[in-house]
Ligand binder design. Structure first.
Ligand code: CUA
Length: 192
C-alpha cells in the first residue's frame, strides 16, 4: 500500500492553508462579480433613466369619460406653458384612445396613461419607454425623441383575446412642423 505521507496528510489530500487561500480567492472573485453586476444595474438605471415610478396617482376607471383629466377633449398631445408636451392616452380593450399622437422632436414629453378596464402595456418601439397601464392608477412616463419618425406603440401586456391587435402610434415631427399643427391634427395624425 503506497500511502505516502505529505506533511502528515495522506497522498492527494490538500493542506488546510491551501484550501483556505483558494476559498478566499473564490469568495473575492464572487464578491467582485456581484459588485460589478450591482454597479451595472445602478449605472444603467441612472444613465438610461430606467427607474420605477416614484409617485402613485389614483383615478376612478369608471368615470374616466365623464370627468377629470381623461375626458375625450383632453386626450392626445397638449403643449404646456414651459414648452414641454403632455400626451394623455386611455388604454382599453382593445385600443388606445387616441390611436395616434404627434409630438415634436428633441422636446421633453410626458406621457400620462390610464386604463379603463384591465392591465395594458405602454411601449414605444425602438425606445426604452415601457410601462404598465393599470386600471385605477395614472402611469407617468417621461421621454424625449431625438429623431423624427413613426414609432409603433403596441400593447405589450396580455389583456385578452384582442391583445395582439391593440396598438397605437407616436409620430415624432420636427419642432417647427409641430408648432404649425392645429390641436386636432396632433391627436389624429391625419395629415402625416
Ligand atoms: Cu391591451 Cu394587450
Amino acid at each position: 500500500m503506497a500511502e505516502q505521507l505529505n506533511n502528515g496528510l495522506p497522498s492527494g489530500a490538500v493542506p488546510e492553508p491551501v484550501i483556505v487561500r483558494t476559498e478566499r480567492r473564490w469568495l473575492f472573485a464572487m464578491a467582485t462579480m456581484l459588485g460589478l453586476m450591482l454597479a451595472a444595474i445602478v449605472l444603467t438605471g441612472i444613465t438610461q433613466m430606467l427607474n420605477p415610478v416614484s409617485d402613485v396617482e389614483t383615478i376612478n376607471p369608471a368615470t374616466l369619460h365623464l370627468q377629470g383629466e381623461f375626458v375625450e377633449s383632453n386626450l392626445g398631445s397638449a403643449a404646456e406653458p414651459d414648452g414641454s408636451i403632455t400626451v394623455r392616452i386611455i388604454a382599453e380593450q382593445y385600443m388606445f384612445v387616441p390611436q395616434c399622437a404627434v409630438v415634436p422632436a428633441a422636446t421633453s414629453v410626458q406621457f400620462r396613461l390610464t386604463s379603463a378596464d384591465v392591465v395594458h402595456g405602454f411601449f414605444v418601439a425602438g425606445t426604452n419607454t415601457n410601462a404598465m397601464v393599470v386600471p385605477g392608477y395614472v402611469t407617468t412616463v417621461r421621454a424625449k425623441f431625438s429623431r423624427a419618425g413613426n414609432y409603433e406603440m403596441p400593447c405589450d401586456e396580455f389583456c385578452g383575446f384582442g391583445h395582439h391587435a391593440m396598438a397605437a402610434r407616436i409620430v415624432v415631427v420636427p419642432k417647427e412642423q409641430f408648432k404649425n399643427l392645429a390641436p386636432e391634427e396632433r391627436m389624429k395624425c391625419g395629415a402625416q
